[in-house]
Design a protein around this ligand. Sequence first.
Ligand code: NDP
Ligand SMILES: CC[C@](O)(C(C)=O)C(=O)O
Ligand code: MG
Ligand code: MG
Length: 337
Amino acid sequence: MATTIYYDEDADLGVLRDRKVAVIGYGSQGHAHALCLRDSGVDVRIGLPEGSKSRAKAEEEGLRVVTPSQAAVEADVISIQAPDTVQRSLFADDIAPNLEAGNAVLFSHGFNVRYGYITPQDGVDVLLVAPKGPGHLVRRQFVDGKGVPALVAVDKDDSGSALTLGLAYAKALGGTRAGVIETTFAEETETDLFGEQAVLCGGVSRLIEAGFEVLVEAGYQPELAYFEVLHEMKLIVDLIYEGGIARQRYSCSDTAEYGDLTRGPRIVNDAVKAEMRTILGEIQDGTFAKEWIAEDDNGRPNFLALRQRGKDHEIEQVGAKLRGLMSWVDRPITETA
Ligand SMILES: NC(=O)C1=CN([C@@H]2O[C@H](COP(=O)(O)OP(=O)(O)OC[C@H]3O[C@@H](n4cnc5c(N)ncnc54)[C@H](OP(=O)(O)O)[C@@H]3O)[C@@H](O)[C@H]2O)C=CC1
Ligand SMILES: CC[C@](O)(C(C)=O)C(=O)O
Ligand SMILES: [Mg+2]
Ligand SMILES: [Mg+2]
């Protein structure tokens, strides 16, 4: 499909002025969407269960918090920003019974629709606006007058105006300042899962840990290893972000560039690329989705053990100590949004 990219001038915020929006969930994406929508002049309420620990945070911002079902009753645009694993039951219990013809259900990741866990009824628009970045940075960029690029996709357009609504929503988040690419639920879901598993989260995190382990096992100081493979990662990635891999190579020494060009392909070699293809296949055929939903239904034993193992890694203790001495690493993102 030919790429269509929308910018501010392609989107009309006025479309949202006549509508009532419910943001269900107030975590990484939910808090960013709610605050940006509010600051863009949209009538927004938050849907959270009684007893949710996010309620106080939303209320501190002056947002009105009701239960998810009440939010779905009040609003005609329901933005589902609860965890992917929760969305299936949340939709069945609290949202679907309160939807009316002409309403829209909006996601920021297509997981549940793509894999068939959610199928909204006829008469309801189904779309996604997926920021290509963490929610806390969506909010930070918006406040700074910038934007995180986003994807927009329409799965069901019963009103005939779902795309217009999606573009208005993306504009309210600052997304059209950076560019919003039109896609499908399948393409968004599969590329997002692949990106986070193979490169952005899985690939990068494990590359850093492995590099740290090799240096420390060889007797080098852990603090030095931390600076080398983790702290400097941001500085190098900033160059790639600004000017592509070519700018990184221009700014680094010829010695680094020769090492990059000759040793990089030995690290990310054909076997790694073959594994990436296998991982993509598991995403495309639903194996990953099935595994993750079963893991969650089972109380997440493997996920929790692996998460703890990551927290216990020596690089985390060394990093916490070093970052504590860096007064310029400011505006921290807390674990609790
Ligand atoms: N994290 C990110 O930056 C990105 C996320 N996405 C997508 O955004 C969606 C939300 O993910 P994310 O922001 O990471 O989620 P988080 O885990 O950060 O936040 C989840 C929020 O949902 C609330 N919640 C939990 N259960 C329910 C429920 N039954 N009803 C209503 N609210 C509930 C939580 O409340 P409590 O405090 O009580 O737990 C919390 O406020 C997902 O579809 C994800 O794939 C897309 C792009 C990037
Ligand atoms: C890269 C992880 C992500 O896909 C994101 C921030 O875009 C997510 O699901 O959190
Ligand atoms: Mg993503
Ligand atoms: Mg994701």
